[in-house]
Ligand binder design. Structure first.
Ligand SMILES: NC(=O)c1ccc[n+]([C@@H]2O[C@H](COP(=O)([O-])OP(=O)(O)OC[C@H]3O[C@@H](n4cnc5c(N)ncnc54)[C@H](O)[C@@H]3O)[C@@H](O)[C@H]2O)c1
Length: 279
C-alpha cells in the first residue's frame, strides 16, 4: 500500500504511547483514523489531535477482549467509512517479574489482551477486509520481547505473550500474501510510553487496577526511550514496504543474535553427541 492518503486506519490502544504515535503518523499521511482504547476519554483526546491535521477521526471506548463490542465497532466503521485499509492491533499490557512468580491472573490478563486481543481484531475485521475493493494491511504490535528473553528486566509472562503474537503474525503474513493483504509485526525496543504503568488497566477479575509501576520500572524509566511519534513514522514505512517485521530499534539486532546463538549451541551439543553415539 504505497499511497496512504484518503485511506482509513483503525488503531487499538490509541489513547496513549505507540498507538497515539501511529495515529498521528496516519493523520499526517492524510488518513482518516478510528481510535479505540479501554481507558475512558483517552481515545477522544488523541482524536482531537488527529482532527487538527484536517482528517476525520472517530474515537471509541473498546476493550479488545470484548468480541461483541468489536462486532459492533466493525459495523459502525463500514457504515461510516465504507472500508478499512489499515488495522493496527496495538493495545497491550505488561506484567513484569520472574516468570516463576507470575500468577494465574497475570497469565490470563496478559494473554487476554496481548494475544487474544489481536486475534479478536483480526477475526472481526479480516472477513470484511477480504471482501472490500480497497487495499488492506494489518499491523500487530509485538515487541523485541517476542524475539529476546529477559535482556533488560525479567518479563517472562509478557515475553511469552509476545512470542505467541509474533508466531501468529508471521503465519498470517504468509497465509494472506496470496490474497494481497499485507501483515506486519511491529517489534519495538524501549519507547517512551506508559507501558510501565500498565497495571492502571488491570480489570477487577484479575486483581483490579493499581497506580504502582510494574516491577523493575519507575514512572521515569521510559523517559529516555524512543519518541512514540518516531515509531509511528517507522510503522508506516514498514506498511508501505509490506515488511513482515518492522524494527524501530535496529541497534538491538545483537540481542536477537545472542538468543539464536544460545539455541544453536544446543544444536551443536546434540550434533556432537549424535556423532559420538554413532562412532
Ligand atoms: N513502550 C515500549 O517500550 C514497548 C516496547 C515494545 C512493545 N510495546 C507494545 O506497544 C503496545 C502499546 O503500548 P505502549 O508502550 O504504547 O503503552 P501505553 O500503556 O502507553 O499504551 C497502551 C494502550 O493500550 C490501552 N489498553 C490496555 N488494555 C486494553 C484493552 N484491553 N483494550 C483496549 N485498549 C487497551 C491502554 O489504555 C493504553 O492506552 C503494547 O502492545 C506494548 O506491549 C511497547
Amino acid at each position: 500500500m504505497d499511497n496512504l492518503s484518503g485511506k482509513v486506519a483503525l488503531i487499538t490502544g490509541a489513547g496513549s504511547g505507540i498507538g497515539r504515535g501511529i495515529a498521528l503518523a496516519c493523520a499526517d499521511e492524510g488518513m482518516d483514523v478510528i481510535l479505540a482504547d479501554v481507558q475512558e476519554g483517552t481515545a477522544q483526546a488523541v482524536a482531537a489531535e488527529v482532527e487538527a491535521r484536517e482528517v476525520q477521526a472517530l474515537a471509541v471506548d473498546l476493550d479488545v477482549s470484548d468480541t461483541v463490542a468489536y462486532e459492533w465497532l466493525a459495523e459502525r466503521v463500514y457504515d461510516e467509512f465504507g472500508e478499512l485499509n489499515l488495522l493496527v492491533n496495538n493495545a497491550g499490557v505488561m506484567t513484569a517479574g520472574p516468570v516463576s512468580q507470575g500468577t494465574r491472573a497475570d497469565w490470563d490478563w496478559t494473554f487476554r489482551v496481548n494475544l487474544f486481543g489481536v486475534i479478536n481484531g483480526i477475526d472481526t475485521f479480516l472477513p470484511r477486509m477480504r471482501s472490500q475493493e480497497g487495499d488492506a494491511h494489518i499491523v500487530n504490535t509485538v515487541s523485541m520481547a517476542g524475539l529476546r528473553l529477559n535482556e533488560v528486566v525479567p518479563l517472562g509472562v509478557y515475553s511469552a505473550s509476545k512470542h505467541a503474537a509474533l508466531a501468529y503474525t508471521e503465519s498470517l503474513h504468509d497465509e494472506l500474501a496470496a490474497e494481497g493483504i499485507g501483515v506486519s509485526a511491529l517489534c519495538p525496543g524501549g519507547v517512551n510510553t506508559l507501558i510501565g504503568m500498565a497495571e492502571r488497566n488491570r480489570p477487577s477479575e484479575y486483581g483490579g487496577p493499581s497506580e504502582e509501576p510494574a516491577r523493575g520500572f519507575s514512572p521515569g524509566t521510559m523517559s529516555q526511550q524512543m519518541d512514540p511519534e518516531d515509531v509511528g513514522r517507522v510503522v508506516l514505512r514498514g506498511v508501505k514496504a509490506n515488511r513482515r517485521l518492522i524494527f524501530s530499534h535496529p541497534e538491538l539486532r545483537d540481542q536477537v543474535e545472542r538468543r539464536y546463538e544460545r539455541i544453536m549451541a544446543d544444536f551443536e551439543f546434540f550434533a556432537q553427541s549424535a556423532e559420538e553415539l554413532s562412532s
